[in-house]
Design a protein around this ligand. Structure first.
Ligand SMILES: Cc1cc2nc3c(=O)[nH]c(=O)nc-3n(C[C@H](O)[C@H](O)[C@H](O)COP(=O)(O)OP(=O)(O)OC[C@H]3O[C@@H](n4cnc5c(N)ncnc54)[C@H](O)[C@@H]3O)c2cc1C
Length: 549
């Protein structure tokens, strides 16, 4: 450290959300600096295991999806979800999810055939983050300062001055930036500093989590391994995630309402019961974390030049794999808005759209997830006593619970709605029209060009993805090559708004998905405007979508 430094955007926190935001900003040419408490290479705790298809689409654009896809579980390790009487017990049902080797080619399964160039990926955060970190460090105009804390900040109408503390030397330094973004996790000091309050439901669930090494466990299973294994029995239900497909696992033991606190449950007993092993079985505890599942969304995401995103802005029980993935969606939204302003073609008012767009959709996700958590707690609490009984009676009980577990959980593990259905309503920078977006649901999705929806994806006849063909900024998708769009392109050019033209009429699926002749897709691949003709005043559309309202 030493001497006052400057950057356009300073991000507190190099977790998955801070790194995605930093990479997306740097990809848009913005000078960005990330400050992180951990030392370089220090892994996070093994929390998140699921990267959504939508997040993978974002990583594909940033050039890091391939590296992520090739990491995590072994290529042929089944990424299924299995419901059993215990980890080593009888299987009740299984949700088939293609292993990463087969992910692009698989033809069967509840999350196969989705309209995306990047299907979901099962990888733990301990493998994901180092890949994002390495990729970020190779990007020009992106700096990461490890073992450094954002200690405090002050802002005025021109800048934010941030005080940084070197955690090894204890030295302080100052850095000036245009915008400060708190991606500093659930305990965010930046959220507190801007006076944002978490609003929601205090405790939805309590879980005792253990990260273990157990090299012999894989061989004790009666059925094929799975990525996630749920133990459902009357003694202790819980779930087990395979982390490396060999010897490391994370086990979540959910406390019952009658259990007073974390210490009142014998961790070793609970682990052995969930696994279905006796006292002679050897395992080693690598890490422990006892946590409360809550449903909280900050009442605001911004104070003038300071924003919060990811867990800093919202925390909930990690169902549907949509904690980190919701934060990555925040990052993608905030990145292009900041870049639009900092690159000079949009005024600061465009930034008002971030909270207007992200807050309502985040609230909706938090409620889906809470409802699911309650349904799962109910299922754990009502496992029949005869679930492990031999003979016809036990078999009937297992078939019934297996079916229920499948039906309930296929919604969260194959949640096409959460992946692709998010839309922005009442946005100040979207030209909303009379048609309503399809209903937003966890597990169902209807592609739509209603302004605010994710730009429907298809492949061109040569197999090229629409998203690969679209540039980083606005794209005018034209379904009728005879339509002269020069006035609209000229209006955009005069306003400095970057708008590329892409003809889509010869793509086999475009006609089914695109019922208007023209659609403008935003830099974050959401629809900004659609129509069958150039508007009489094209400049009005250009002004609206770029925040000159
Ligand atoms: C058991 C469990 C399972 C989960 N599974 C999933 C899943 O499958 N899918 C999913 O999407 N989500 C899942 N989640 C949620 C997911 O882990 C989080 O949503 C995600 O880590 C949030 O990322 P983030 O970058 O916002 O915050 P974090 O990952 O918390 O990162 C914040 C970073 O900020 C740094 N920091 C903090 N304060 C400062 C400061 N003052 N200065 C500088 N740096 C600072 C921290 O060191 C940290 O690296 C799970 C969570 C849990 C608990």
């Amino acid at each position: 450290m030493g001497g006052r430094q400057d950057c356009a955007v300073l991000i507190a926190g190099a977790g998955p959300v801070g790194l995605t935001l930093a990479m997306d900003l740097a990809w848009r040419g913005i000078d960005v600096c990330v400050v992180e408490l951990r030392r370089r290479g220090e892994p996070p705790s093994p929390k998140c295991n699921h990267v959504s298809a939508r997040s993978m689409e974002i990583f594909r654009r940033l050039g890091v999806a391939g590296k992520l896809r090739n990491a995590g579980l072994p290529p042929d390790y089944p990424t299924d979800v299995s419901y059993r009487t215990s980890f080593t017990g009888m299987e009740l049902s299984r949700i088939p999810i293609p292993c990463r080797r087969d992910r692009y080619d698989a033809t069967e399964g509840p999350d196969v055939g989705w309209p995306t160039p990047e299907p979901p990926h099962r990888i733990n955060q301990i493998f994901l983050e180092p890949i994002l970190f390495d990729h970020a460090t190779q990007m020009p105009s992106l700096r990461i300062m490890s073992r450094t804390e954002v200690a405090s900040f002050r802002q005025d109408e021109k800048e934010v001055v941030v005080r940084l503390r070197d955690l090894d030397s204890g030295e302080n330094d100052e850095i000036s930036c245009q915008y400060l973004i708190g991606c500093d996790g659930g305990r965010s000091a930046i959220r507190k500093a801007i006076g944002a309050k978490l609003v929601g439901d205090a405790v939805v669930q309590r879980a005792q989590s253990s990260f273990i090494r157990a090299p012999e466990l894989i061989k004790l299973q009666q059925v094929a391994p799975a990525w996630a294994t749920f133990s459902l029995n009357p003694r202790r239900s819980g779930n087990v995630y395979a982390i490396d497909g060999r010897e490391r696992y994370v086990i979540h033991n959910y406390l019952r309402d009658s259990e007073a606190d974390f210490d009142s449950v014998d961790r070793d007993w609970a682990i052995r019961t969930i696994l279905g092993v006796d006292d002679s079985f050897d395992y080693e505890i690598l890490g422990k974390e006892d946590w409360y599942g809550r449903r909280f969304v900050a009442d605001r995401f911004r104070d003038r030049r300071v924003f919060i995103a990811g867990d800093a802005a919202h925390i909930w029980v990690p169902y549907a794999g949509y904690g980190m993935n919701a934060g990555i969606a925040d990052a993608t939204n905030l990145s292009w808005l900041l870049a639009a302003h900092l690159n000079g073609w949009a005024g600061p008012s465009i930034l008002d759209a971030h909270e207007r767009e992200r807050h309502p959709i985040t609230q909706q996700v938090s409620r889906f997830v809470m409802d699911h958590a309650e349904a799962m707690a109910q299922q754990r609490a009502t496992v029949p006593d005869n679930i492990e009984a031999p003979g016809a009676e036990g078999e009937a009980a297992r078939a019934s619970l297996g079916r229920q577990a499948y039906d309930l959980n296929v919604q969260q593990y194959c949640c096409s709605g959460l992946n692709f259905g998010s839309y922005y309503e009442n946005s100040p920078i979207i030209a909303h029209d009379a048609e309503k977006a399809p209903p937003y649901a966890m597990a169902e999705f209807t592609p739509s060009t209603v302004p605010g929806c994710r730009t429907p994806h298809f492949c061109f006849a040569d197999g090229r993805s629409l998203y690969d063909a679209m540039g980083p900024e606005y794209t005018l998708l034209r379904n009728d090559p005879a339509l002269d769009v020069t006035p609209l392109l000229n209006a955009a050019r005069s306003a400095g708004l970057p708008l590329d033209l892409l003809d889509i009429h010869d793509a086999p699926d475009a006609a089914d998905l695109y019922h208007h002749k023209l659609v403008i897709s935003r830099p974050d691949q959401h629809v900004a405007w659609r129509g069958d003709a150039i508007p009489t005043e094209p400049v009005q559309i250009v002004d609206l979508i770029s925040g000159r309202y």
